[in-house]
Design a protein around this ligand. Structure first.
Ligand code: SAM
Ligand code: SF4
Length: 349
């Protein structure tokens, strides 16, 4: 099969699906304290609709699927969706990103349903600080989830941390040290001005280079090549079992390696996390169109995938205050296309 390529010759084989915009936490960098008004249940795609989209996307060359949100484990019977996607011919890798709060109860069932791996977001190993960052989260529950994921074989478990200056940056080295004796992956994500939490400010942002400098005080960081990892760059502390990844949206424009397409919980196809252009798949799914028409819309969303995002580069962060740079105009080729500003929890980070 000819792989799906966008206009800039990037092979698109990865679909990230937000299964819900709801969440049981309110992380300060992602959501406002009062949360975001949730979509009505009928407005979000049913599991059957999602499975149909994945089947058609797999026919076009999509090989990797990630379930995210909001918090995917808050959606009822997510194992049903996992099992449905796993059965689709062509899907080689099925993973899920979670805050881990409900993982202890669900890890074994998800593994049995066919989930390959989980990413767990943890921004502090200090219970009080964790509670503050998540506005009420219980670190103990997340650590039990982490343990259950390992026992269920959802390996390698990847831990996502967003370092924020003055909030948790003094724990960067502790997170990195976790990889010395454990084969886990610790991934540091640069804080992005993409959430609706009120926390963003350029002074809170820490670049991947600054994180690396801190971590190199522990031991030399050696580059590691991990096949098909999209925009993350991986390293290993000399002699360590696990690896350390950096996702640096702002400092190292990672767009040239972007291999993904996103589907929001209410059925909008988003070619880029940071562009507001999207294609409405839900109305087509619900008006009885053929698989060929859904495939056409999937191809269209790949055709309009922008060359790069429009976030400010690091050197523009200070000064006039960082926000999204002036909106770059992307083509809007047809009635199904529109543009909407959305919080991260609604796109699927
Ligand atoms: N609720 C799940 C979780 O927290 O893992 C999945 C959805 S969450 C939106 C996905 C990832 O986006 C998390 O790892 C989170 O830390 C990250 N994220 C959210 N807002 C962010 C921001 N403003 N900058 C960087 N990463 C962010
Ligand atoms: Fe919820 Fe994940 Fe956003 Fe935290 S980062 S508020 S857990 S969606």
């Amino acid at each position: 099969m000819i792989p799906l390529q966008d206009s800039f010759f990037r092979v698109i084989d990865y679909l990230r699906i937000s299964v819900t915009d709801r969440c049981n936490l309110r992380c300060v960098y992602c959501m406002p304290a009062e949360g975001v008004t949730p979509f009505h249940h009928d407005d979000i795609l049913s599991y059957e609709e999602i499975i149909r989209v994945v089947r058609i996307a797999a026919g076009l060359g999509v090989r990797k699927v990630r379930l995210t949100g909001g918090e995917p484990l808050t959606r009822k019977n997510i194992a049903f969706l996992v099992a449905g996607i796993k059965k689709i011919s062509g899907i080689e890798d099925l993973s899920l990103t979670t805050n881990g709060v409900l993982l202890a109860q669900q890890a074994a069932e998800l593994a049995d349903a066919g989930l390959d791996r989980v990413n767990i977001s943890i921004d502090s190993f200090r219970p009080e600080r964790f509670r503050e960052i998540t506005r009420g989260g219980d670190l103990g529950a997340v650590l039990r989830g982490l343990d259950a994921a390992r026992k269920a074989g959802l390996a390698p478990v990847k831990i996502n941390m967003v370092p924020v200056r003055g909030i948790n940056d003094d724990e960067i080295e502790d997170f990195a040290k976790m990889t010395i004796d454990s084969d886990c992956h610790v991934r540091f994500i640069e804080f992005m001005p993409a959430g609706t939490g009120s926390l963003w400010g350029p002074e809170k942002y820490i670049s991947a280079d600054e994180m690396k400098e801190k971590i190199q005080q522990i031991a030399p960081l050696l580059p590691v090549r991990i096949r098909k990892n999209g925009p993350s760059k991986y390293y290993r502390l000399e002699g360590a079992r696990g690896v350390i990844g950096f996702i640096s949206a702002l400092t190292h424009h990672f767009c040239n390696e972007c291999n993904r397409l996103r589907l929001t919980s209410e059925g909008k196809l988003r070619p880029c996390l940071f562009s507001e252009t999207e294609i409405d798949l839900r109305s087509s799914l619900r008006s009885g169109v053929s698989d060929e028409e859904i495939a056409r819309l999937l191809r269209l969303s790949i055709e309009i995938k922008p060359k790069e995002h429009n976030l400010p580069k690091e050197h523009n962060l200070n000064g006039q205050g960082a926000g999204i740079r002036e909106t770059v105009e992307y083509p809007v080729p047809g009635p199904q296309c529109g543009a909407e500003k959305r919080p991260m929890s609604r796109i699927g980070g």
